[in-house]
Design a protein around this ligand. Structure first.
Ligand SMILES: [Zn+2]
Length: 334
């Protein structure tokens, strides 16, 4: 059964979904993001089955008639759209929505869209889908977008989805080999997210740069708990302060670590027993996690291509100030 493989290979995502199903707090839209071979489609089917299976204990039984029909795309209220070798156009989505607006055809009043290779749908198609989900008529509808290239999706799409990053098998084996070498689970977790070699991880965690960046990132989060803008200024100061013109290396690693952190916030993933966890459950961070992740992903990206560190820092400070605005707005609302 896929469920057993899922628990083993994607423990973090399993926990996130299990918690959401148990508390009845599923997102309107999920983005399953990961490398080819990370079995995201299987996970999407399992989630869809779990919403309608009459026998499931949180997750679906995978064997009953309903589950089998979902798996074979024969369940009327669960629509699977495959963008493997074509573009998904807006008209197709609108047509489906018209069909979905009618009363559910199956016994359970749940409807699911699964869109594989969502990055190959037009932005208009995805936008009209996600807009529809925000309307009351879309209440019992869940969308699961699957993408191996989620960086090609527009920010407006990403911000509407709960992003679940599937671990690749390489990452997991690097993680376990790093632990076998005596690196702490926490350092192994962070570094295996962006380094694919346990020896390089061992060298990094021993380096002055890593220790310095981790310490600065801790300070950054402490400041960001109050204000992202001041946290950004702090990050800039530390980056330029770092010894012997290592500014770029410092900021690059800072961006890598920040991305892991905000991914953990989205997945509510706790690691080890350290300060990192104190910030994971913060409501303030969870409201801005996907935007923050994007700032650091773009920052790292630009850093690789563009040598002008001070210009880049100014841009990042601007972006992080915007995040402060989002956080404040959400704070007032909630
Ligand atoms: Zn079932």
């Amino acid at each position: 059964m896929y469920k057993d493989i899922f628990i083993q290979r994607q423990p973090v995502i399993y926990q996130v979904l299990k918690h959401s199903i148990a508390s009845g707090q599923l997102a309107h839209a999920y983005l399953f993001s990961g490398m080819r071979g990370s079995q995201m489609k299987e996970a999407a089917i399992l989630l869809a089955q779990s919403l309608v299976c009459p026998n499931g204990d949180l997750f679906a039984c995978e064997t009953c008639d309903v589950c089998r029909r979902v798996a074979h795309h024969q369940y009327t209220d669960i629509i699977y759209i495959d963008g493997t070798d074509r573009t998904i156009k807006k008209e197709e989505i609108l047509q489906l929505q018209r069909k979905f607006m009618q009363t559910a055809l199956e016994r359970y009043n749940k409807k699911v869209y699964i869109i594989e290779h969502a990055d190959r749908a037009t932005p208009e198609a995805l936008n009209s889908l996600l807009k529809f989900l925000e309307e009351p008529s879309g209440e019992d509808t869940t969308a699961i977008l699957i993408s191996e290239n989620s960086d090609r999706l527009l920010p407006t799409i990403l911000s509407r989805c709960q992003i679940l990053s599937f671990a690749s098998s390489t990452q997991q084996s690097v993680y376990h080999r790093a632990i076998d070498m005596g690196i702490t689970p926490y350092d192994s977790h962070i570094c295996s997210s962006f380094i694919k070699d346990e020896y390089q991880i061992a060298a990094l965690v021993d380096s002055e740069n890593y220790i310095q960046v981790m310490d600065s990132f801790h300070q950054f989060l402490t400041q960001a708990s109050n204000n992202f803008y001041f946290a950004a200024l702090y990050m800039q100061k530390e980056g330029f302060n770092s010894k012997n013109s290592k500014g770029k290396e410092f900021i690059a690693l800072f961006c890598d670590i920040a991305q892991v952190f905000f991914k953990d916030v989205i997945a509510q993933n706790m690691v080890g027993d350290i300060w990192w966890n104190d910030f994971i459950m913060s409501r303030r961070f969870s409201t801005v996690a996907s935007s923050a992740m994007r700032v650091f992903a773009e920052g790292k990206d630009k850093l690789v291509r563009n040598p002008n560190l001070s210009l880049l820092m100014d841009e990042m400070i601007f972006e992080l100030a915007n995040i402060e605005t989002i956080a404040k707005k959400e704070g007032y609302r909630g």
